[in-house]
Design a protein around this ligand. Structure first.
Ligand SMILES: NC(=O)c1ccc[n+]([C@@H]2O[C@H](COP(=O)([O-])OP(=O)(O)OC[C@H]3O[C@@H](n4cnc5c(N)ncnc54)[C@H](O)[C@@H]3O)[C@@H](O)[C@H]2O)c1
Length: 423
């Protein structure tokens, strides 16, 4: 009877690394023990170090010191996008198995470099494509695999980001500018690209893509808009006002003390005073028309897979409600996954519709992010690491979907030119 407890180190004790994965790992003490943390923010190290029981000498503010030697069996890499490849290469070299946040990289050569290093050092590596583990998306895959809708012909996907989430992350936040973040099609839609190749059961052969930044620019600012919401006459009426997005929504959600995005704009525990302080002085109080953002606010990708399946992906900012909608079209029927309506529905031609409620499907994972996917990923990680299942989102597969995103950005920058994924 195996009874292995994996020791875990986390680099990047931010929202994903500590608040989500760290806390989920702590729920499984018979499988995982967090033994080291690395993050330049001392306050995060102190609070999560204490919460996770990591000794003070195993809390590192400097990644070079952290990487001087191997400190655990598994390394969770949850730093920002541009750190992933550098840290993952160091981790392979030291002999870690890795759980790596997406996006991996925006460069084809780095994808190849990582795969070569993984092979050279013989390590396991999984990418956090959490939706693959989310019960609704698993159900859609099972229905497809049942063959009930016949041969899959095409998949039509919309990712509704919502106006306020886009403003938070892609106008005011960490993913707003190409100088500091990966292309949005990778940063926001790498899960969709991963799901599409997973459901198509094929590599993507070619694609084209269009999209741009149409709205969040100085030319679209109302004449009387100030540079910061706190100083603006439109504070109470603009839908993008930081007061509406952070303070009013926070009240509508019951004033949570430790929830995204409020814990991003100022440290938890969240209070109304801290939110106002962040809006007055911090980056999240800037006018959405006067930020240093340059990433597209909408993008469409059209894909052909090697087995002939076609797909479209529409990344959309201008929606009120969040959620993905995927329509699978087969020769004998359709499957519709609609997160906003909360259903997965199979419609067989000439037959009855069968509808599954997403709330019913997610059951005990309810309340966890990404439709329960965050919870299931960490709960299945043990079996994946032990080699008890081959279901994990491997680095190799994830590289394939990253190549799709890299090619989509290349196409977008070239006016929608058709790009072959494997040249
Ligand atoms: N899988 C998903 O669905 C999903 C969802 C959201 C974000 N992400 C990805 O997860 C990653 C982290 O995002 P987040 O929202 O947690 O951001 P975050 O800003 O909350 O966390 C990042 C943390 O990394 C720390 N950090 C910065 N430089 C570091 C370094 N050199 N060494 C160690 N730590 C360092 C920061 O201080 C911060 O605490 C990003 O790459 C993001 O794209 C993935």
């Amino acid at each position: 009877m195996e009874n292995k407890v994996f020791t875990v180190a986390i680099i990047g004790a931010g929202s994903r690394g500590a608040d989500i994965y760290g806390r989920l790992l702590m729920q499984l003490p018979e499988k995982f023990k967090i033994v080291a943390l690395c993050d330049p923010r001392q306050n995060r190290l102190d609070s999560f170090g204490a919460e996770f029981g990591v000794s003070e000498c195993e809390r590192y503010t400097d990644e070079n010191t952290f990487f001087e030697k191997k400190r655990a069996d598994v390394l969770v890499i949850a730093t920002l996008d541009s750190d992933h490849v550098r840290q993952c290469l160091k981790a392979f070299e030291l002999g870690y198995d890795v759980l790596l946040e997406k996006p991996i990289t925006e460069h084809r050569e780095e994808c190849e470099q990582l795969l070569a290093a993984q092979k050279k050092y013989g390590r396991k590596a999984f990418v956090c494509h959490v939706l693959r583990y989310a019960p609704a998306f698993v159900k859609a895959g099972e229905l497809l695999d049942s063959g009930a809708i016949g041969r899959l012909v095409s998949i039509d996907t919309v990712e509704n980001i919502t106006y306020w989430h886009y403003a938070h992350s892609y106008v005011r936040g960490n993913w707003r500018n190409r100088k500091i973040a990966a292309p949005i099609i990778l940063a926001k839609c790498s899960h969709d690209l991963d799901l599409l190749q997973h459901y198509a059961k094929s590599k993507c052969k070619s694609l084209s893509s269009v999209g741009d930044l149409t709205y969040f620019t100085a030319e679209n600012a109302p004449a009387n808009a100030a540079k910061r919401c706190a100083d603006c006459q439109l504070l109470e009426t603009c839908p993008y006002s930081a007061k509406r997005i952070y303070v009013e929504r926070w009240h509508e959600r019951g004033c949570p003390t430790d929830k995204w995005p409020y814990n991003i704009i100022n440290s938890a525990p969240t209070t109304e005073e801290k939110l106002y302080e962040a809006i007055k002085n911090g980056p999240y109080g800037r006018c959405v028309y006067h930020c240093d953002n340059n990433v597209p606010d909408h993008q469409i990708v059209t894909m052909t897979f090697e087995n002939g399946v076609k797909a479209t992906l529409n990344m959309m900012t201008f929606s009120k409600e969040a959620g993905r909608r995927m329509n699978f079209y087969g020769t004998l029927g359709e499957i519709i996954l609609d997160e906003e309506k909360g259903i997965v529905e199979m419609r067989i031609f000439g037959g009855e519709n069968v509808t599954y409620s997403i709330n019913e499907l997610i059951k005990e994972t309810s309340g966890y992010g990404h439709g329960g996917g965050d919870y299931v990923l960490i709960n299945e990680l043990y079996d994946i690491l032990m080699g008890h299942t081959t279901q994990g989102t491997s680095l190799e597969e994830s590289v394939e979907s990253h190549l799709m995103g890299i090619c989509a950005e290349e196409s977008r920058l070239n006016g929608g030119k058709l790009i072959y994924v494997h040249k």
